[in-house]
Design a protein. Structure first.
Length: 164
């Protein structure tokens, strides 16, 4: 079992768009295993994207809403409805803010062997799919916040993650 350390806000890999996967080989399967080990290594995690462990590849794993799996080179292909609820991030530990997301999404990508995969989810699973796909684009959940919630988030992030 290989649990990899999570990169924390301020690490440039979190703000850099990840590279598409072009080789569906043993190295990719090892990355998926490491991501799964990292996800299951601590309770309460809903997903981990490769950039969060320092690997700039378009891969993530998820376990939310009673469904688990992984997606390689994912893209969100459909969104419907709206949900609001607190969202946090392993890379921004200790903070959570109400973050608007689509209630239902479909994501298409590939499995670790290059076979096409489509995942459709609602509620928490939809939130996790959107959150992890954002990581692959260098976007963090608080980038979706607006108004007073965004101001509160910026203050909290500055006080928590600014060098003293």
């Amino acid at each position: 079992m290989t649990i990899r350390p999570i990169r924390i806000l301020g690490d440039p890999v979190l703000r850099t768009p990840a590279e598409p996967v072009t080789s569906f080989d043993a190295q990719l399967r090892g990355l998926v295993r490491d991501l799964l080990d990292t996800l299951t290594g601590e309770p309460g995690r809903a997903g981990v994207a490769a950039p969060q462990i320092g690997v700039p590849a378009r891969v993530f794993v998820y376990a939310a809403g009673g469904v688990s799996g992984h997606l390689v080179n994912p893209r969100i292909t459909a969104r419907a409805g709206v949900q609001d609820g607190d969202e946090g991030c392993l890379s921004v530990p200790g903070l959570a803010f109400p973050t608007p997301r689509a209630w239902e999404v479909s994501a298409e990508g590939f499995d670790e062997h290059g076979e096409p995969v489509t995942v459709t989810g609602t509620g928490f699973l939809a939130r996790a799919l959107q959150h992890e796909t954002d990581h692959l684009d260098g976007t963090l959940y608080f980038d979706h916040l607006t108004g007073e919630v965004r101001r509160q988030a910026v203050r909290a992030i500055r006080s928590t993650f600014s060098p003293r």
